[in-house]
Design a binder for this molecule. Structure first.
Ligand SMILES: CC(=O)SCCNC(=O)CCNC(=O)[C@H](O)C(C)(C)COP(=O)(O)OP(=O)(O)OC[C@H]1O[C@@H](n2cnc3c(N)ncnc32)[C@H](O)[C@@H]1OP(=O)(O)O
Ligand SMILES: CC(C)C(=O)C(=O)O
Length: 512
C-alpha cells in the first residue's frame, strides 16, 4: 500500500495573516465546514492566544468539525498552550502546534535568547502541550536558515518530549527545492529518533517556490505532511497552494506514489468560497482554480481538445469541481433546482429560512439578469449570510446621479444599529460620492486602502463584485459586496467593511 500524504490546511491561521484577509467567526466556520467536505486531514483553525475572537472561532470550529483534526498554533509558552488547549477542548481530534525560532538571526535579534534557552523552552513547551493531547506538532521557525547541528539537538529533544509531527518551516521563502529537500533528508538521517515523528513541510512563496519546495521536501526529504492554504493565501507572498500540491500528487501518482484523502471535486468550491470571503480575487491563469485553467482559446488547441480532451488537458475540470451548467438557472427556476445547485456547489445552508431568503435574492437577481451562473449564486448566498452575520450597518437603497461635466452625487439609505439613515454626498465619481455620503453619518475615520471591481461572470449583465479594504487604528479589514450595479455593490462592500471594523473592535473591546 502507498504511503499517505497528510494535508494540513492553514487557511484559517497563516492564510488569515495576509493583510486584509481577516475573517469573522461565522466566515471561519463556513470555510472550516468546506475544508471538512474537502476532507483535509488537519484544519489549523487559528492562534487561540492571539485574541478573544480567534479563541472563540477555534472553539466553535472544534465543536462543529468531526472528520478533520482541529489544531491551534501557540508560541512556546504555557499561556499560549493553555489557551490553545482550552479552545480545542470540544474537538473530537485535536492538535496543539507549538513553535519557536531556531535561526541565529531570530534567536538573537527577535527572541533575544541564547540557543540553550531556546532549546530548553522548546522542550518545556512540548512537554506542557503533551498534558492536553498526544497529538503535538513542533515547528522550528525559520528552520531553513538555522544551523544543522542546533536543529538536530532541538528536534531530537522535542521528539523525546513527545512531539509527533516535526514541521520544518521555510518561514521567509528562502529555500530552493533541492537544498530544502536535502536539509530534511539530512536531518532525518542524523537524528536518531527521527522516525518517531511525521515530518512536515511549511513553505512560503516569497520567491514563487513554495509548491516546488514543499514537493521537494516530500520527494527528497521524505516528508509526509504538507502545510498549505486554499489559493495559496498567506503571510506576504502567501503559502503553498493546497490545490496545486493535491493535483500534482494525484495527477503524477506515477512519480509521487502517495495516497491522499482529499475529495478533489471540492477544490473549486473551496477556492471560490475563500476568495469570496477574503476579497482576494483568484488570478485567471492560476493553476487548477483560475478561470482559464481549463479554457482553450486557440484553434489548434480547441481542435485537439474536441478530438481527444487529453491532448491539452492533464486533468479533468470536473475532477476539481468545475461544474458544467447542466441546468441553466434563471427567473423561471424553482426552489428545488436552486437547492440542488447549492448542494453541487458545496454550499450548506443552516435552515429553511436561510434557503428561502437566499432564494428570494436569487429571484430578484434573475429578474434583472437573464442567465444566472454559479458565481452569481455564490455571491447571492454570501451576500445573504453577510447581512445576517453583522448587522450593525445594513444597506437599504441608493440613488446616484452622474452626468458629463457635472460633479457626481449620491443619496444612500442604510441602517446603523437598526436606525434608518438617509445621507447625501458628492465626489469625483459615483463611488466616491457614495462613500462620502455614507461617511457623513458613519464617521468611521477609516482609511480606504484598496478598491477593486471584478465582473463575477462575463458580459455587461454580469454582477460586479467589489472589494473595499479599510484600515483603522492598525486594523485592516476587507468588505465585499455584489450587485449588477457596481455603485450599489460598492456601497454594500463599504458597509460590509465597516461592519467588520465594528465587530472586530467589539471583539477586542467588548464594552464598546
Ligand atoms: C511565522 C509565523 O507565522 S508565527 C505566527 C504569527 N502569528 C501571530 O503573530 C498571531 C497574532 N499575534 C498576536 O496576536 C500577538 O503577537 C501575540 C498575542 C501572539 C503576542 O502579543 P504580545 O504579547 O503583545 O507580544 P508581541 O506580539 O508584541 O511580541 C511577541 C513576543 O513573543 C515572543 N515570541 C515570538 N515567538 C515566540 C515563540 N515562538 N515562543 C515564545 N515567545 C515568542 C517575542 O520574542 C516577543 O516577546 P517580548 O514581548 O518579550 O519581546
Ligand atoms: C509557525 C510556523 C509554522 C509558520 O507559520 C512559519 O514559520 O511560517
Amino acid at each position: 500500500m502507498a504511503d499517505k500524504l497528510i494535508i494540513f490546511d492553514t487557511t484559517l491561521r497563516d492564510g488569515e495573516q495576509s493583510p486584509g484577509a481577516s475573517m469573522t467567526k461565522d466566515e471561519k466556520i463556513r470555510i472550516a465546514k468546506q475544508l471538512e467536505r474537502l476532507r483535509v486531514d488537519v484544519i489549523e483553525a487559528g492562534f487561540a492566544a492571539a485574541s478573544p475572537g480567534d479563541f472563540e472561532s477555534i472553539k466553535a470550529i472544534a465543536g462543529i468539525i468531526k472528520d478533520s483534526t482541529v489544531c491551534s498554533l501557540s508560541r512556546a509558552n504555557d499561556r499560549d498552550i493553555s489557551r490553545a488547549a482550552e479552545a480545542l477542548a470540544p474537538a473530537e481530534r485535536k492538535r496543539i502546534h507549538t513553535f519557536i525560532a531556531t535561526s541565529p538571526l531570530h534567536m538573537e535579534k527577535k527572541l533575544r535568547m541564547t540557543p540553550d534557552q531556546v532549546l530548553e523552552q522548546a522542550k518545556l513547551a512540548v512537554r506542557f502541550a503533551r498534558q492536553f493531547t498526544d497529538d503535538v506538532e513542533f515547528s522550528p521557525e525559520d528552520g531553513s536558515r538555522s544551523d544543522m547541528d542546533f536543529l538536530c539537538k532541538v528536534i531530537e529533544s522535542v521528539i523525546n518530549e513527545g512531539a509527533r509531527t516535526i514541521n520544518f518551516a521555510d518561514t521567509v521563502g528562502y529555500g530552493v527545492p533541492e537544498l530544502y529537500g536535502q536539509m530534511i533528508k539530512t536531518l532525518r538521517e542524523r537524528i536518531p529518533n527521527s522516525d518517531k515523528a511525521v515530518w512536515s513541510v511549511h513553505c512560503h512563496n516569497d520567491l514563487g517556490m513554495a509548491v516546488a519546495n514543499s514537493l521537494a521536501g516530500v520527494v527528497i526529504g521524505g516528508a509526509r505532511q504538507v502545510e498549505c492554504t486554499i489559493n495559496g493565501l498567506g503571510e506576504r507572498a502567501g503559502n503553498t497552494a493546497l490545490e496545486e500540491v493535491v493535483m500534482a500528487v494525484r495527477t503524477r501518482r506515477d512519480h509521487f506514489g502517495l495516497d491522499l484523502s482529499i475529495d478533489t471535486a471540492q477544490i473549486v468550491p473551496a477556492s471560490k468560497l475563500v476568495s469570496q470571503i477574503t476579497g482576494f480575487a483568484v488570478q485567471p491563469n492560476k493553476a487548477v482554480v483560475g478561470a482559464n485553467a481549463f479554457a482553450h482559446a486557440s484553434g489548434i488547441h480547441q481542435d485537439g481538445v474536441l478530438k481527444a480532451r487529453d491532448t491539452y488537458e492533464i486533468m479533468r475540470a470536473e475532477d476539481v469541481g468545475w461544474t458544467a451548467n447542466k441546468i441553466v438557472l434563471g427567473k423561471l427556476s424553482g426552489r428545488n433546482a436552486f437547492k440542488q445547485r447549492l448542494e453541487e456547489l458545496g454550499i450548506g445552508l443552516e435552515s429553511e429560512t436561510e434557503l428561502n431568503a437566499a432564494f428570494s435574492r436569487f429571484k430578484e437577481l434573475a429578474d434583472r439578469k437573464s442567465e444566472i451562473f454559479d458565481e452569481d449564486i455564490i455571491a447571492v448566498v454570501a451576500d445573504e449570510q453577510h447581512s445576517h452575520d453583522n448587522e450593525f450597518y445594513r444597506f437599504v437603497s441608493l440613488a446616484q446621479r452622474s452626468e458629463t461635466g457635472e460633479r457626481p452625487s449620491a443619496k444612500v439609505v442604510f441602517t446603523m444599529d437598526g436606525k434608518e439613515l438617509s445621507c447625501s454626498g458628492e465626489g469625483n465619481g459615483p463611488v466616491d460620492a457614495t462613500v462620502n455620503a455614507i461617511e457623513t453619518e458613519a464617521r468611521s475615520g477609516a482609511e480606504l486602502l484598496l478598491f477593486s471591481v471584478n465582473a463575477i461572470t462575463t458580459g455587461t449583465q454580469s454582477q460586479g463584485e467589489v472589494t473595499m479594504r479599510l484600515s483603522k487604528s492598525g486594523r485592516i479589514v476587507n468588505g465585499v459586496g455584489a450587485d449588477p450595479d457596481i455603485v450599489v455593490a460598492s456601497a454594500k462592500a463599504y458597509l460590509s467593511a465597516l461592519n467588520k471594523l465594528h465587530s472586530k473592535a467589539e471583539r477586542l473591546n467588548p464594552q464598546l
